[in-house]
Design a protein around this ligand. Sequence first.
Ligand code: PLP
Length: 414
Amino acid sequence: MSNAIFNDGEDHLFPCFSRADISFTRGEGAWLFGADGRRYLDFATGIAVTGLGHSHPELMNILASQAQMLWHVSNAVRIPQQEELARLLCEKTFADRVFFNNSGAEAIETAIKTARRYHFVAGATERYRIVTFEGGFHGRTLATIAAGGRKKYLEGFGPPMAGFDIVPFGDLNALAAACTAETAAVLLEPIQGESGVRMMSIDELKAVRHICDRQGVLLILDEVQTGVGRTGRLFAYQGAGAAPDILAAAKGLGNGIPVAACLATEKAAAGMTQGTHGSTFGGNPLSMAVAQKVIEVISDEHFLGEVRRKSDLLRTGLEALVADYPGAFTEVRGDGLLLGVKCASAVETAVSAALGHGLLTVAAGDNVLRILPPLIVSDEDIAFGLERLRRIAQALLSTIPGHGASSYVRTFLF
Ligand code: PLP
């Protein structure tokens, strides 16, 4: 096709994303430097990915040295970096076995296959159904959109993949009723990130674990967003005292290098025998070397303690913001550095106002402005971000009749 119909490079991309008209050339710690010559505080972290910030010295070193030695070989041979990372993940979690993928959705697919195969090899071939919670987001592959059950993601892609039963968020009676003799697993996010930072309480998670045990059903936790230190624990379940049988991790695991993992107990992984699953890129030496360093840095107890301290600092500031500007923000949600403030008006307006004030944030469902700083964020950066959020609140109020100026003026302050 002739290039004549295309105006610029973006016209050659599938227009699936709604992109802000901004790009970045460089990142350092919690800061991004825009092609527009301005700097931006990164409270989006590429949607909970760059937990160790940009240009982390240890990650740059390990990436450069592995890049000079070996990138890829395939899973037809042993990969020592893969074995080492699996050993480390098992040592730090409930798991005994790990399968490496490239993305969150793939890790969820692996988790679903693992749960179904567990029952299959145990002779319960009728147990293939997966129960999920309404509002859940597990990815954009055909199985994961069926697991999420959201109409807008399913529409136009043919019949949804069979075998998913969706119950109202937090309704444990409905969950217990949905777990039948055909159920293989319950799949849930400890905090629903995309749907508006909706948390399951510790008691609810424990109750879900209990229901699964009683019904002979496996528990799969989707920790794609909550994992790798985001909640101030290596994985969120560790703060709840209710371990899963299977867990999917991704996002923060590679700090931006595409890598994901499905973790399982020996028992739950029993069906995943030779030839049942595979991946060309999954677990290659390059991604493994980086992910190993990420886990080594983040799993340190002092590091995680600091994440929790910084979370308290940020949360206290956000609560004060809500108290001072109830016309703009109405509620603080979340845990660790996966926080959100519910907006009184459209969240998209808040995201673009934040960008105008040099602060990157992420929109979530239920009109929630997601605040996802890097785990290495400094106290000064938190203070700066909070101060910018105050200006944003004022700017938002100025757009509401009776609250000040009649129109919001986009201001760059750098
Ligand atoms: N699960 C959760 C909880 C997520 O937040 C996401 C992505 O946002 C996914 C799964 C899918 O991950 P990916 O986009 O890497 O496929």
